[in-house]
Write a protein that binds this ligand. Structure first.
Ligand code: PXP
Length: 260
């Protein structure tokens, strides 16, 4: 299982002061030394963290394949086509969200997504779709011509946190705090089951399967045991841990958590 490290939050820290420090480019060599397989960045429409200059330098200088998450906005797609990273992951985007909240509406936006996939693939960019783990959405994704899907693990992560974390819950979590432990455990196994079934179905349809969102050092192990998932993209928990142990150790510890 490959690890893509999302380094947006290094740019979040920089943007807190609107200066040049820390520079996300400096993370690349560290990621590679620590055993990461890919660097992931999100070029958001509001440029709240990674900006065009970062994206360009990261694509030009990265020793690891670069995966750029982006919306279907024509201006953004134009930039990604021109940058031609190794991969583009199409994600839904809303300005008011704190982070990507759900998967792409592949069924409702099918034609628009097909056009984006075609346009990116013309530039020999591999295309992934960030989707909820749902059978029909996986089927529609395969029909778009995309190379892979990234299954949204946010629901799994939220239920896991409700069951096993003592800390107050994150704001984008599911609101039903009233569930009993038995109900939560059931919901957790349903969430894992949805990921398993979607991964299996997607792999049979010829898609490569990644997963990500909300994964951390505690909740990642059950995801690593799901057959057909070949890659995880993880940001928040790694960058958060790097504050305490440094980026190289934080990445190495996640590699260890994934490979056991
Ligand atoms: N994958 C995708 C498509 C995302 O949008 C994000 C968040 O930017 C991640 C993975 C990483 O999520 P997290 O920061 O919760 O690990």
């Amino acid at each position: 299982m490959r690890l893509g490290v999302n380094i947006d939050h290094i740019a979040v820290l920089r943007e807190a002061r609107k200066i040049n420090d820390p520079d996300p480019l400096e993370a690349l060599a560290i990621l590679r030394r620590a055993g990461a397989d890919q660097v992931t960045i999100h070029l958001r429409e509001d440029r709240r963290h990674i900006n065009d200059y970062d994206a360009r330098r990261i694509v030009e200088h990265s020793p690891l394949p670069v995966n750029i998450e982006c919306s279907l906005d024509p201006g953004i797609l134009e930039i990604i086509s021109e940058l031609a990273p190794h991969r583009a992951t199409l994600v839904p985007e809303r300005r008011e969200e704190v982070t990507t909240e759900g998967g792409l509406d592949v069924i409702g936006q099918f034609d628009r997504i097909c056009e984006a996939v075609e346009r990116l693939k013309e530039r020999e960019i591999d295309v992934s779709l960030f989707i909820d783990p749902d059978f029909e959405i996986v089927a529609a994704s395969a029909d778009t011509g995309a190379d892979m899907v990234e299954l949204h693990t946010g629901e799994y992560a939220n239920i896991y946190a409700m069951l096993y974390s003592n800390l107050p819950h994150t704001p984008h979590s599911i609101p039903e705090l009233e569930l009993s432990r038995r109900e939560l455990k059931e919901r957790l196994s349903q969430a894992v089951g949805a990921l398993e079934n979607s991964a299996l179905y997607g792999a049979k349809a010829g898609l490569l399967i990644a997963a990500g969102h909300g994964l951390n050092y505690h909740n990642v192990a059950p995801i690593t045991r799901i057959p057909n998932i070949e890659e995880l993209n993880i940001g928040q928990s790694i960058i958060a841990r790097s504050v305490w142990v440094g980026l190289e150790r934080a990445v190495a510890q996640m590699v260890e958590a994934i490979h056991g």
